[in-house]
Write a protein that binds this ligand. Structure first.
Ligand SMILES: [Zn+2]
Length: 378
Protein backbone atom coordinates (compact mmCIF):
# COMPACT_ATOMS: atom_id res chain seq x y z
CA UNK A 1 0.00 0.00 0.00
CA UNK A 2 1.40 3.38 -0.88
CA UNK A 3 1.68 6.32 1.45
CA UNK A 4 -1.16 8.13 -0.25
CA UNK A 5 -3.72 5.42 0.50
CA UNK A 6 -2.52 5.20 4.07
CA UNK A 7 -3.03 8.93 4.44
CA UNK A 8 -6.53 8.61 3.05
CA UNK A 9 -7.40 5.95 5.57
CA UNK A 10 -6.37 8.30 8.34
CA UNK A 11 -8.43 11.14 6.87
CA UNK A 12 -11.33 8.74 6.36
CA UNK A 13 -11.24 7.56 9.94
CA UNK A 14 -11.15 11.16 11.15
CA UNK A 15 -14.06 11.98 8.81
CA UNK A 16 -16.14 9.04 10.01
CA UNK A 17 -15.46 10.05 13.62
CA UNK A 18 -16.42 13.64 12.80
CA UNK A 19 -19.59 12.64 10.99
CA UNK A 20 -20.71 10.22 13.71
CA UNK A 21 -20.09 12.82 16.41
CA UNK A 22 -21.99 15.52 14.58
CA UNK A 23 -25.02 13.74 13.15
CA UNK A 24 -27.53 15.73 15.18
CA UNK A 25 -25.87 19.03 14.46
CA UNK A 26 -25.75 18.32 10.73
CA UNK A 27 -29.46 17.58 10.55
CA UNK A 28 -30.22 20.89 12.24
CA UNK A 29 -27.94 22.83 9.91
CA UNK A 30 -29.46 21.34 6.77
CA UNK A 31 -33.01 22.10 7.95
CA UNK A 32 -32.10 25.71 8.60
CA UNK A 33 -30.52 25.97 5.16
CA UNK A 34 -33.62 24.54 3.50
CA UNK A 35 -35.85 27.13 5.14
CA UNK A 36 -33.83 29.95 3.60
CA UNK A 37 -34.20 28.69 0.06
CA UNK A 38 -35.72 30.28 -3.01
CA UNK A 39 -37.22 33.60 -2.20
CA UNK A 40 -39.95 33.63 -4.86
CA UNK A 41 -40.46 37.39 -4.58
CA UNK A 42 -36.94 38.09 -5.86
CA UNK A 43 -35.89 37.70 -9.47
CA UNK A 44 -32.66 36.37 -10.86
CA UNK A 45 -30.29 39.26 -11.52
CA UNK A 46 -27.03 37.31 -11.51
CA UNK A 47 -26.06 33.71 -12.25
CA UNK A 48 -22.89 32.03 -11.02
CA UNK A 49 -22.46 28.84 -13.03
CA UNK A 50 -19.84 26.42 -11.71
CA UNK A 51 -18.69 23.48 -13.83
CA UNK A 52 -16.73 20.72 -12.16
CA UNK A 53 -15.22 19.17 -15.26
CA UNK A 54 -15.56 15.38 -15.01
CA UNK A 55 -17.44 15.60 -11.70
CA UNK A 56 -19.91 12.75 -11.23
CA UNK A 57 -21.69 11.75 -8.06
CA UNK A 58 -18.78 9.66 -6.72
CA UNK A 59 -16.51 12.68 -7.14
CA UNK A 60 -19.02 14.82 -5.20
CA UNK A 61 -19.24 12.09 -2.55
CA UNK A 62 -15.47 12.29 -2.13
CA UNK A 63 -15.98 15.82 -0.78
CA UNK A 64 -17.79 14.21 2.16
CA UNK A 65 -15.27 11.51 2.91
CA UNK A 66 -11.99 13.28 2.19
CA UNK A 67 -12.72 16.85 3.24
CA UNK A 68 -12.25 17.72 6.89
CA UNK A 69 -14.86 20.51 6.54
CA UNK A 70 -18.57 20.02 5.81
CA UNK A 71 -18.99 20.02 2.06
CA UNK A 72 -20.53 23.12 0.48
CA UNK A 73 -22.55 20.77 -1.75
CA UNK A 74 -24.73 20.18 1.33
CA UNK A 75 -25.87 23.81 1.23
CA UNK A 76 -27.95 23.28 -1.92
CA UNK A 77 -31.69 22.72 -1.48
CA UNK A 78 -32.37 21.67 -5.10
CA UNK A 79 -30.68 18.81 -6.95
CA UNK A 80 -31.30 17.57 -10.49
CA UNK A 81 -29.65 15.18 -12.91
CA UNK A 82 -28.29 16.10 -16.34
CA UNK A 83 -28.08 13.74 -19.33
CA UNK A 84 -24.79 14.43 -21.04
CA UNK A 85 -24.65 12.55 -24.38
CA UNK A 86 -23.57 14.64 -27.38
CA UNK A 87 -24.99 14.65 -30.93
CA UNK A 88 -22.19 12.40 -32.17
CA UNK A 89 -21.51 10.13 -29.22
CA UNK A 90 -23.20 8.51 -26.21
CA UNK A 91 -20.25 9.78 -24.19
CA UNK A 92 -19.57 13.48 -24.59
CA UNK A 93 -16.28 15.32 -24.53
CA UNK A 94 -15.82 18.67 -22.78
CA UNK A 95 -16.28 20.71 -25.97
CA UNK A 96 -19.73 19.35 -26.88
CA UNK A 97 -20.65 19.32 -23.19
CA UNK A 98 -19.79 22.99 -22.71
CA UNK A 99 -21.44 23.98 -26.00
CA UNK A 100 -24.67 22.45 -24.64
CA UNK A 101 -24.44 24.79 -21.62
CA UNK A 102 -23.28 27.85 -23.58
CA UNK A 103 -25.51 27.58 -26.66
CA UNK A 104 -28.26 25.10 -25.83
CA UNK A 105 -27.53 22.67 -28.66
CA UNK A 106 -26.26 19.11 -28.91
CA UNK A 107 -23.27 19.07 -31.21
CA UNK A 108 -20.42 16.70 -32.10
CA UNK A 109 -17.51 15.91 -29.80
CA UNK A 110 -14.75 18.46 -30.35
CA UNK A 111 -17.06 21.29 -31.48
CA UNK A 112 -17.11 24.67 -29.74
CA UNK A 113 -20.00 27.06 -30.40
CA UNK A 114 -20.88 25.43 -33.72
CA UNK A 115 -23.64 22.98 -34.66
CA UNK A 116 -23.33 19.60 -36.38
CA UNK A 117 -22.99 21.42 -39.74
CA UNK A 118 -20.09 23.44 -38.22
CA UNK A 119 -22.19 26.62 -38.38
CA UNK A 120 -21.82 29.14 -35.55
CA UNK A 121 -24.59 29.22 -32.94
CA UNK A 122 -25.11 32.12 -30.52
CA UNK A 123 -23.67 31.77 -27.02
CA UNK A 124 -25.39 32.93 -23.86
CA UNK A 125 -22.54 35.44 -23.44
CA UNK A 126 -23.35 37.03 -26.81
CA UNK A 127 -27.08 37.09 -26.04
CA UNK A 128 -27.00 38.57 -22.54
CA UNK A 129 -24.24 41.08 -23.33
CA UNK A 130 -26.74 42.73 -25.68
CA UNK A 131 -29.04 43.47 -22.73
CA UNK A 132 -26.23 44.97 -20.66
CA UNK A 133 -25.30 42.01 -18.47
CA UNK A 134 -21.59 41.63 -17.62
CA UNK A 135 -19.88 38.29 -18.23
CA UNK A 136 -16.87 36.52 -16.80
CA UNK A 137 -15.06 33.18 -17.10
CA UNK A 138 -12.56 31.56 -14.74
CA UNK A 139 -10.76 28.29 -15.31
CA UNK A 140 -7.96 26.24 -13.78
CA UNK A 141 -7.01 25.07 -17.28
CA UNK A 142 -5.94 27.48 -19.98
CA UNK A 143 -8.62 30.03 -20.83
CA UNK A 144 -8.69 28.66 -24.41
CA UNK A 145 -9.41 25.10 -23.22
CA UNK A 146 -12.73 23.55 -24.28
CA UNK A 147 -14.98 24.46 -21.35
CA UNK A 148 -14.23 28.20 -20.98
CA UNK A 149 -13.79 28.57 -24.76
CA UNK A 150 -17.34 27.35 -25.51
CA UNK A 151 -18.63 30.56 -23.90
CA UNK A 152 -16.89 32.92 -26.35
CA UNK A 153 -15.74 31.03 -29.44
CA UNK A 154 -17.09 29.40 -32.60
CA UNK A 155 -14.54 26.82 -33.65
CA UNK A 156 -15.04 23.52 -35.43
CA UNK A 157 -12.15 21.85 -33.55
CA UNK A 158 -11.31 22.37 -29.89
CA UNK A 159 -7.58 22.02 -30.53
CA UNK A 160 -7.41 25.26 -32.59
CA UNK A 161 -6.12 27.11 -29.53
CA UNK A 162 -4.56 30.08 -31.32
CA UNK A 163 -7.78 30.74 -33.25
CA UNK A 164 -9.73 30.47 -30.02
CA UNK A 165 -7.44 32.99 -28.28
CA UNK A 166 -7.96 35.45 -31.17
CA UNK A 167 -11.71 35.12 -30.73
CA UNK A 168 -11.44 36.07 -27.05
CA UNK A 169 -10.11 39.48 -28.17
CA UNK A 170 -13.30 40.26 -30.10
CA UNK A 171 -15.70 38.54 -27.67
CA UNK A 172 -18.12 40.11 -25.19
CA UNK A 173 -16.29 38.70 -22.13
CA UNK A 174 -15.63 41.39 -19.47
CA UNK A 175 -13.52 39.37 -17.02
CA UNK A 176 -11.35 36.29 -17.43
CA UNK A 177 -8.80 34.43 -15.33
CA UNK A 178 -6.89 31.24 -16.04
CA UNK A 179 -3.79 30.00 -17.86
CA UNK A 180 -2.75 30.06 -21.53
CA UNK A 181 -0.38 33.05 -22.02
CA UNK A 182 1.47 31.29 -24.86
CA UNK A 183 -1.61 31.27 -27.09
CA UNK A 184 -1.70 35.06 -26.81
CA UNK A 185 1.93 36.14 -27.14
CA UNK A 186 3.89 33.24 -28.67
CA UNK A 187 1.89 32.56 -31.80
CA UNK A 188 2.59 31.29 -35.31
CA UNK A 189 1.05 34.46 -36.81
CA UNK A 190 3.21 36.67 -34.52
CA UNK A 191 0.17 38.68 -33.36
CA UNK A 192 0.45 40.06 -29.83
CA UNK A 193 -3.00 39.40 -28.45
CA UNK A 194 -2.10 40.81 -25.03
CA UNK A 195 -1.60 44.17 -26.73
CA UNK A 196 -4.77 43.71 -28.78
CA UNK A 197 -6.76 42.95 -25.61
CA UNK A 198 -5.37 46.13 -24.01
CA UNK A 199 -6.39 48.10 -27.09
CA UNK A 200 -9.91 46.67 -26.59
CA UNK A 201 -10.06 48.17 -23.10
CA UNK A 202 -8.68 45.29 -21.04
CA UNK A 203 -6.26 45.55 -18.18
CA UNK A 204 -4.16 42.36 -18.58
CA UNK A 205 -2.03 40.86 -15.84
CA UNK A 206 0.29 37.88 -16.48
CA UNK A 207 1.87 37.82 -13.02
CA UNK A 208 -0.75 37.38 -10.30
CA UNK A 209 -4.18 38.33 -9.07
CA UNK A 210 -4.16 41.78 -7.39
CA UNK A 211 -2.86 41.47 -3.84
CA UNK A 212 -3.37 44.74 -2.05
CA UNK A 213 -4.31 47.03 -4.91
CA UNK A 214 -7.90 47.59 -5.97
CA UNK A 215 -8.54 46.60 -9.58
CA UNK A 216 -9.54 49.37 -11.98
CA UNK A 217 -13.32 49.04 -12.13
CA UNK A 218 -13.48 51.12 -15.30
CA UNK A 219 -11.55 48.54 -17.31
CA UNK A 220 -12.27 44.99 -18.33
CA UNK A 221 -9.93 42.59 -16.54
CA UNK A 222 -7.91 39.65 -17.84
CA UNK A 223 -5.57 37.42 -15.83
CA UNK A 224 -3.36 34.92 -17.69
CA UNK A 225 -1.28 33.31 -14.98
CA UNK A 226 0.37 30.25 -16.59
CA UNK A 227 1.87 29.45 -19.97
CA UNK A 228 -0.75 26.73 -20.55
CA UNK A 229 -2.94 25.13 -17.83
CA UNK A 230 -2.70 26.42 -14.26
CA UNK A 231 -0.60 24.26 -11.89
CA UNK A 232 -2.23 21.38 -9.99
CA UNK A 233 -3.36 21.97 -6.40
CA UNK A 234 -0.77 19.31 -5.47
CA UNK A 235 1.90 21.44 -7.16
CA UNK A 236 1.08 24.70 -5.41
CA UNK A 237 -1.81 26.42 -7.23
CA UNK A 238 -2.96 27.58 -3.81
CA UNK A 239 -6.07 29.74 -3.57
CA UNK A 240 -6.18 30.91 -7.20
CA UNK A 241 -9.70 29.64 -7.87
CA UNK A 242 -11.30 31.03 -4.71
CA UNK A 243 -9.48 34.37 -5.00
CA UNK A 244 -10.22 34.79 -8.72
CA UNK A 245 -13.86 34.08 -7.91
CA UNK A 246 -13.91 36.72 -5.14
CA UNK A 247 -12.28 39.24 -7.48
CA UNK A 248 -14.67 38.50 -10.35
CA UNK A 249 -17.68 38.84 -8.04
CA UNK A 250 -16.41 42.18 -6.74
CA UNK A 251 -15.88 43.56 -10.24
CA UNK A 252 -18.89 42.07 -12.06
CA UNK A 253 -21.38 42.88 -9.30
CA UNK A 254 -20.70 46.59 -9.83
CA UNK A 255 -22.97 46.33 -12.91
CA UNK A 256 -26.54 47.17 -11.87
CA UNK A 257 -27.88 45.19 -14.84
CA UNK A 258 -26.47 41.94 -13.44
CA UNK A 259 -23.76 39.44 -14.38
CA UNK A 260 -23.07 35.90 -15.53
CA UNK A 261 -19.94 34.21 -14.18
CA UNK A 262 -18.78 30.76 -15.32
CA UNK A 263 -16.20 29.07 -13.08
CA UNK A 264 -14.58 25.81 -14.11
CA UNK A 265 -12.77 23.36 -11.84
CA UNK A 266 -10.96 21.93 -14.86
CA UNK A 267 -8.55 19.53 -13.28
CA UNK A 268 -11.07 17.29 -11.51
CA UNK A 269 -11.27 15.87 -15.04
CA UNK A 270 -7.50 15.63 -15.41
CA UNK A 271 -7.20 13.70 -12.14
CA UNK A 272 -9.87 11.33 -13.50
CA UNK A 273 -8.04 10.86 -16.82
CA UNK A 274 -4.84 10.11 -14.90
CA UNK A 275 -6.73 7.68 -12.61
CA UNK A 276 -5.04 9.59 -9.81
CA UNK A 277 -7.38 9.80 -6.81
CA UNK A 278 -5.15 12.13 -4.82
CA UNK A 279 -5.02 14.58 -7.76
CA UNK A 280 -8.77 14.32 -8.36
CA UNK A 281 -9.75 14.78 -4.72
CA UNK A 282 -7.44 17.76 -4.12
CA UNK A 283 -8.99 19.49 -7.15
CA UNK A 284 -12.49 18.56 -5.99
CA UNK A 285 -11.90 20.09 -2.55
CA UNK A 286 -10.59 23.31 -4.16
CA UNK A 287 -13.77 23.41 -6.27
CA UNK A 288 -15.89 22.76 -3.17
CA UNK A 289 -14.24 25.74 -1.44
CA UNK A 290 -14.98 27.89 -4.49
CA UNK A 291 -18.64 26.85 -4.35
CA UNK A 292 -18.56 28.17 -0.77
CA UNK A 293 -17.38 31.59 -2.01
CA UNK A 294 -20.17 31.69 -4.60
CA UNK A 295 -22.84 30.67 -2.09
CA UNK A 296 -21.65 33.18 0.53
CA UNK A 297 -21.97 35.95 -2.07
CA UNK A 298 -25.37 34.74 -3.28
CA UNK A 299 -26.85 34.37 0.21
CA UNK A 300 -25.96 37.96 1.03
CA UNK A 301 -27.03 39.30 -2.34
CA UNK A 302 -30.43 37.58 -2.58
CA UNK A 303 -30.73 38.05 -6.36
CA UNK A 304 -28.04 35.60 -7.40
CA UNK A 305 -28.72 32.05 -8.57
CA UNK A 306 -25.86 29.57 -8.08
CA UNK A 307 -25.81 26.47 -10.29
CA UNK A 308 -23.19 23.73 -9.99
CA UNK A 309 -22.89 20.85 -12.43
CA UNK A 310 -20.49 18.86 -14.61
CA UNK A 311 -20.17 18.36 -18.35
CA UNK A 312 -19.68 14.60 -17.85
CA UNK A 313 -18.07 12.16 -15.43
CA UNK A 314 -14.43 11.16 -15.93
CA UNK A 315 -12.65 7.97 -14.94
CA UNK A 316 -15.69 5.88 -13.97
CA UNK A 317 -14.67 6.84 -10.45
CA UNK A 318 -16.08 4.85 -7.51
CA UNK A 319 -15.65 4.87 -3.75
CA UNK A 320 -15.37 1.10 -3.42
CA UNK A 321 -14.90 -1.10 -0.38
CA UNK A 322 -11.34 -2.13 0.28
CA UNK A 323 -10.70 -5.88 0.13
CA UNK A 324 -13.99 -6.88 1.75
CA UNK A 325 -13.67 -4.30 4.50
CA UNK A 326 -16.85 -2.18 4.45
CA UNK A 327 -15.30 0.29 6.83
CA UNK A 328 -12.58 1.28 4.40
CA UNK A 329 -12.96 3.19 1.15
CA UNK A 330 -10.73 2.57 -1.80
CA UNK A 331 -10.99 5.04 -4.71
CA UNK A 332 -11.23 2.99 -7.93
CA UNK A 333 -11.37 3.96 -11.60
CA UNK A 334 -12.97 1.93 -14.39
CA UNK A 335 -11.68 3.92 -17.39
CA UNK A 336 -9.05 6.45 -18.41
CA UNK A 337 -11.73 8.30 -20.38
CA UNK A 338 -15.14 9.79 -19.73
CA UNK A 339 -18.26 7.85 -18.74
CA UNK A 340 -21.93 8.14 -19.73
CA UNK A 341 -23.49 8.41 -16.27
CA UNK A 342 -25.81 11.32 -15.54
CA UNK A 343 -24.22 14.11 -13.55
CA UNK A 344 -25.76 16.04 -10.66
CA UNK A 345 -26.99 19.65 -10.92
CA UNK A 346 -27.15 21.71 -7.72
CA UNK A 347 -29.05 25.00 -7.47
CA UNK A 348 -29.63 27.63 -4.84
CA UNK A 349 -31.16 31.11 -5.03
CA UNK A 350 -34.18 32.60 -6.81
CA UNK A 351 -35.79 30.09 -9.21
CA UNK A 352 -33.55 27.28 -7.97
CA UNK A 353 -36.58 24.98 -8.17
CA UNK A 354 -36.36 25.12 -11.97
CA UNK A 355 -33.33 22.84 -11.72
CA UNK A 356 -34.92 19.82 -10.02
CA UNK A 357 -35.68 16.71 -12.10
CA UNK A 358 -33.94 14.85 -14.90
CA UNK A 359 -33.24 16.69 -18.16
CA UNK A 360 -30.79 17.10 -21.02
CA UNK A 361 -27.68 19.25 -20.47
CA UNK A 362 -29.04 21.71 -23.06
CA UNK A 363 -31.94 22.54 -20.69
CA UNK A 364 -29.50 24.28 -18.37
CA UNK A 365 -28.82 26.86 -21.10
CA UNK A 366 -32.56 27.28 -21.76
CA UNK A 367 -33.34 27.81 -18.09
CA UNK A 368 -30.49 30.28 -17.53
CA UNK A 369 -31.31 32.28 -20.65
CA UNK A 370 -35.01 32.56 -19.89
CA UNK A 371 -34.26 33.71 -16.32
CA UNK A 372 -32.01 36.49 -17.60
CA UNK A 373 -34.54 37.64 -20.21
CA UNK A 374 -37.53 37.37 -17.87
CA UNK A 375 -35.75 39.66 -15.47
CA UNK A 376 -34.82 42.09 -18.20
CA UNK A 377 -38.38 42.42 -19.55
CA UNK A 378 -39.90 43.40 -16.21
ZN1 LIG B 1 -14.99 17.78 -19.54
Amino acid sequence: MNLFLKNYKIVLLISIFFISCNTQQEVTVSKTTNNKVSTPTKKVKNIIFLIGDGMGLSEVSASQFYNTKTSNFERFPVIGLSKTSSASDLITDSAAGATAFASGIKTYNGALGVNTDTLAVKTIVEEISKIGISTGIISTSSIVHATPAAFYTHTKKRSMYEDIAAQLVTSDIDFFAGGGIKYFNDRKDKRDLILELEQKGFSINTESLPKNTKPDFNKKQGYLLASNGMPKMLEGRGDFLTNATKLALEILSSNEEGFFLMIEGSQIDWGGHDNDAEYLISELIDFDNTIGVALDFAELDGETLVIVTADHETGGFTLAQDNGDYNKIKPVFSTGGHSATMVPVFAKGPNANDFGGIYENTSIYNKMKSLFFENNNN
